[in-house]
Each structure stands twice: as structure tokens, then as C-alpha cells.
Ligand binder design. Structure first.
Ligand SMILES: Cc1cc2nc3c(=O)[nH]c(=O)nc-3n(C[C@H](O)[C@H](O)[C@H](O)COP(=O)(O)OP(=O)(O)OC[C@H]3O[C@@H](n4cnc5c(N)ncnc54)[C@H](O)[C@@H]3O)c2cc1C
Ligand code: HEM
Ligand code: HEM
Length: 430
């Protein structure tokens, strides 16, 4: 059944278009054909938080905050003092501590930070800054010891504020090593996540330590003020992330449909309980927590695989691949899912190019499927070639939908373990 008319509510389209667009919606298949438009024509101006300028503003703000205490100490001391090694040791601590407090901002999954960079880049930076902070804080007592001309700081019997500094440094080391290697220790990702939150203790212990023994912090009230601002902001953001967001910051959606796609993959469709759609860019993902009393309820990232032009529908396709996803066939229609998002920069809307080469493996096709659906539904004529890798033919996701795509959206399936009936290319895509 086809229906002419307005496609969804443009005020809720991705990137906030206010354009009225005419087209046809096939209400049975959810297919939508726009008349005389291309995807590019439909793309409204970007959200301001996705712009390069906002990214630069954030990067500059990060650098300014990171060096603020160091600069303030230099100004208040009227420049560098006599003993350069002591100055370096104190400077390393001031910078290292500030980087520790900023870690909460980088890892907090804040949408305004995700929009210009993407969460993956933010987490890579979080990792890099963790290593830098720990190196600076390791250098701090060593430089101080050279500056003082004695290594008594490193002895066993030190006053308790110094012991707190040592404990903070040890916890910093353990945190970084564990974060980098937890999978090799056989630890579950979700257990690691919870343990990793204890990293907040590192700046807290460092704060108590430094306000007791730090010459600059004891002498200069403005620096002490800035120190309080940093630790309270880090603590506040941490509480916001871990109490406010889980309780009130995630939207409620109801499972409207569960469908088996392949032997180990299921699609779930959700509708918002408040009727307000969640408008993603094609290719973006969300954090989903199914609320299923008596069954596993955990928060995990999943791609929003539906076309963003399907009004009010969030669909995701999930492969059984671990502790939580193995239970993905357990939701019942009517169950509630708490959704946070959309997140991510992996979307064709950020690339103004003539043709799209895509490569996908297994369930990794989901963000690309969302983009293909978007290109198809908007009638965009730009050519696409998708190399789609799977083990066997029964693993191919969305097989019939891919077959029915318009001819300029070309899909080449490559199987690594084909059976004798397979006539297409085989091997690994590299
Ligand atoms: C941006 C993004 C989009 C994704 N989209 C899809 C999708 O559309 N369909 C799909 O089937 N899968 C998707 N995944 C993968 C999916 O999130 C993992 O398969 C799932 O979290 C595994 O959880 P588990 O408890 O079943 O597995 P586990 O046995 O706990 O872990 C298997 C592996 O999954 C990873 N993992 C586990 N929990 C998380 C988590 N909370 N966050 C990040 N990684 C985790 C770990 O590296 C772990 O080694 C996506 C992942 C990301 C990061
Ligand atoms: C001393 C160094 C570190 C500090 C102080 C730190 C701090 C934090 C904090 C406080 C959070 C939780 C944010 C929140 O829930 O509000 C967090 C999350 C995270 N950190 Fe770190 N971190 C450090 C090192 C690392 C390293 C080395 C890695 C990776 C190798 C890492 C990866 C992550 C990831 C992936 C998350 C998100 C976890 C999730 O919620 O799924 N961190 N970090
Ligand atoms: C994560 C770990 C640590 C953090 C965050 C940290 C942080 C700080 C900070 C910010 C200062 C104040 C600098 C100033 O006032 O200019 C300081 C001072 C000091 N720290 Fe640490 N520190 C840590 C570990 C250690 C360790 C392990 C030791 C010794 C073994 C140590 C010994 C000292 C001493 C002696 C001072 C006083 C220096 C002075 O001003 O004369 N710290 N620390």
C-alpha cells in the first residue's frame, strides 16, 4: 500500500531539516521513495556541535584547562624559581593532576563532545592522556628527589600525605596496565568497566596529598581555589554520568518487533514511549539497556541500523557473540529498552564525495546498512560498492534486502568458508 505525502515530521529529521519533502511511503515495507530529490539535497545544515569550529573550540578549551594551573603557578611565583629540578617536579605534578581530572570529561560519553570527534577518538585520547599523566606523575617524585638532593621521599617511612601520593601513583599504574590488558587476564568487559570507575580515586588521593604538601598549593589561595574547582567538577561530572544519566538521561523505548535474521542474529525494533523519535545520522549507534526483570539487563553499544527516515523507529540487528548478546532473543514485544544516543561520526553525511566504497564483515554491516537504506530511501544516485565478507552463505545478513537494492548500490559478497554451491568470490578481504 503506497501513500503520497509528507515523510515523517521534518522538524525531527536528522540534522534538523525544516524542508517539506513530498514522496511515497510504502507502509507495508516501510520503503520510502522521494520524488526528484537526492540525499545531498535533503541534507540540512549540520548540527552546530558537529562542526569543525566546535571541535577546535573544544580542543583549545582542553589545552587551556590542562595548562591553567601550571600557568597560574608561574604567574603567582613571578616566573621560574632557582631550583629548576624542583620546579620541573612540581610542574609535572600540576599538569599530571589536571590531566587526571580531565579524564572524566573525555570518558563521560557527552554528546556535545562526541559530535565533533566521535566517541572512539575521544576514548583513544583518554587512553593517551592516561599514559601521559602517569608518566608525568612518575617523573614528579624522581625530579623532586633530584631537586632536594635526597631520595628520602622514596623511602618506606614517609608522612601520610606522601603515602597518599604513593598510593595514588600505584593505583594509576594498576589502572593503566589493567585497562590495556584486562582481556588477556580473561576479565569480562563489564566487570572491568565497573572496576575501572575506581580510577576516580587517583585524582581524589592526589588532591588530598597535594593540598597538604604542595608548596604552591599551600602558599597561593587562587591556585587552591582552582584545585577545588577541578576536583569538584570531576566528581560532579562523574556523579552526573553515573546517577543522573542512568536514572533520567536515557529515553524509554518499547520493543515493537523481534525478528530472526540469520541463525545467530536478531533484529529488534523499538518505538519511543513518549512518541518523540530519536533522529540519528545514518551509521550512528546508541547505548541500549533492555529492562528485563529476571533476565540480563546490561548497557551495550549497538548500531541504529534502520534508515533515519523511518519515522519514530529505532531498529538494531544484534549478533549473539557473548554473555549479554547470547540472550538477545529473550526480549518480548512490549519490553522496555533505555536508549542513550545517537553517538558516532561514522556516517556518510560527513563526507561530501561522489561515490562510496564500503567494506563490511559479518554484523559490522549494520552501520553500512543504515547508510544504504538512507541512500535508497532518499533516491540518492551516487554509486556505492560494498564488499561484504562473511564465513558462509547462511551468515549473510539482510541478504534479500541487499539483492533488491537499486543497481547503483552494488554489493559483492565474499565468503571465507563457502560450500561447493557458492559461485561468488571467496577468501578474506584485505
Ligand atoms: C559502536 C559500536 C556499535 C556496535 N554495533 C553492533 C551491532 O549493530 N550489532 C551487534 O551485534 N554488535 C554491535 N556491536 C558490538 C556489541 O556492542 C558487542 O558485541 C557487545 O557489547 C558484546 O557484549 P556481550 O556481553 O555479548 O559479549 P562479551 O562476552 O561481554 O564480550 C565480547 C566482546 O565485546 C566487547 N564488549 C563487551 N561489552 C561491551 C561494551 N559495553 N562496550 C563495548 N564493547 C563491549 C568486548 O571487547 C568483549 O571482548 C557494536 C559495538 C560498538 C562499539
Ligand atoms: C590513570 C588513568 C585513567 C583514569 C584516571 C581514567 C578515568 C576514567 C573514568 C573516571 C571513567 C569513567 C567515566 C564515567 O563513568 O563517568 C573512565 C572510563 C573509561 N576509561 Fe578510563 N581512565 C584512565 C585510564 C584508561 C586507560 C589506559 C584506558 C584504555 C586502555 C581507559 C579506557 C576507558 C574506557 C573504555 C572507559 C569507558 C568505560 C565504559 O563506561 O564503557 N581508561 N576512565
Ligand atoms: C598520582 C600521584 C601524585 C599526584 C597527583 C601528585 C600531585 C602533587 C601536586 C599537585 C603537588 C603540588 C605541587 C606544587 O605545589 O607546585 C605535589 C607535591 C608534592 N608531591 Fe606529589 N603527587 C603524586 C605522587 C607523589 C609521590 C609518589 C611522591 C613521593 C614519593 C610525592 C611527593 C610530593 C612532594 C614531596 C611534594 C611537595 C613538593 C614541594 O612543593 O616542595 N608525590 N604532588
Amino acid at each position: 500500500m503506497a501513500r503520497e505525502g509528507l515523510i515523517g515530521d521534518p522538524s525531527r529529521w536528522p540534522r534538523g531539516s525544516r524542508e517539506r519533502v513530498q514522496g511515497q511511503v510504502n507502509t507495508d515495507s516501510h520503503e520510502l521513495m522521494l520524488t526528484g530529490r537526492t540525499c545531498t539535497d535533503l541534507l540540512p545544515p549540520r548540527r552546530w556541535t558537529e562542526s569543525r569550529v566546535w571541535g577546535i573550540v573544544l580542543a583549545v578549551a582542553y589545552c587551556l584547562v590542562a595548562v591553567a594551573p601550571l600557568t597560574l603557578a608561574l604567574v603567582l611565583n613571578g616566573g621560574l624559581r632557582e631550583n629548576k629540578l624542583l620546579e620541573l617536579g612540581r610542574g609535572a605534578a600540576l599538569l599530571g593532576f589536571t590531566l587526571l581530572t580531565l579524564q572524566v570529561v573525555l570518558a563521560g560519553r557527552f554528546k556535545r563532545l562526541d559530535a565533533p570527534f566521535g566517541l572512539d577518538k575521544l576514548m583513544q585520547f583518554h587512553k593517551l592522556m592516561a599514559v601521559l599523566a602517569v608518566v608525568l606523575l612518575l617523573a614528579h617524585p624522581i625530579l623532586l628527589s633530584f631537586g632536594f638532593g635526597t631520595f628520602s621521599l622514596l623511602a618506606e617511612n614517609t608522612p601520610w600525605p606522601i603515602d597518599l601520593g604513593k598510593a595514588a601513583l600505584a593505583w594509576g599504574f594498576i589502572t593503566v596496565i589493567f585497562a590495556l590488558l584486562f582481556e588477556s587476564f580473561g576479565v569480562d568487559y563489564n566487570v572491568w568497566r565497573v572496576v575501572h570507575k575506581s580510577a576516580l580515586l587517583i585524582p581524589v588521593l592526589g588532591f588530598i596529598h597535594s593540598t597538604r604538601v604542595g608548596t604552591d598549593l599551600v602558599t597561593h589561595a587562587p591556585l587552591r581555589g582552582l584545585w577545588w574547582v577541578l576536583i569538584l567538577a570531576a566528581g560532579g561530572l562523574f556523579l552526573f554520568r553515573n546517577t543522573y544519566i542512568p536514572l533520567w538521561g536515557r529515553r524509554r523505548f518499547r520493543v515493537s518487533d523481534i525478528r530472526r535474521e540469520t541463525h545467530d542474529t536478531w533484529s529488534l525494533r523499538f518505538v519511543p514511549t513518549d512518541g518523540r523519535p530519536l533522529p540519528p545520522n545514518p551509521g550512528q549507534f546508541m547505548f541500549l539497556r533492555p529492562v528485563r526483570p529476571g533476565r540480563k539487563s546490561q548497557t551495550h553499544p549497538f548500531t541504529i541500523a534502520a534508515s533515519p527516515l523511518e519515522p519514530g523507529i529505532i531498529a538494531t540487528t544484534i549478533k549473539k557473540s557473548g554473555n549479554f548478546t547470547n540472550t538477545i532473543d529473550q526480549p518480548h514485544p512490549g519490553d522496555v529498552g533505555r536508549i542513550e544516543g545517537p553517538f558516532g561520526r561514522f556516517s556518510l553525511v560527513h563526507y561530501d564525495i561522489e561515490r562510496f566504497p564500503f567494506v563490511a564483515g559479518g554484523v559490522g554491516i549494520t552501520p553500512i546498512m543504515s547508510m544504504l537504506r538512507y541512500l535508497r530511501d532518499t533516491g540518492d544516485r551516487r554509486p556505492v560498492v560494498l564488499l561484504c565478507g562473511n564465513k558462509t552463505a547462511r551468515d549473510i545478513l539482510f541478504a534479500s534486502e541487499l539483492e533488491q537494492l537499486p543497481s547503483h548500490l552494488r554489493v559483492v559478497h565474499v565468503l571465507s568458508r563457502p560450500d561447493e554451491t557458492w559461485a561468488g568470490p571467496s577468501g578474506h578481504i584485505s
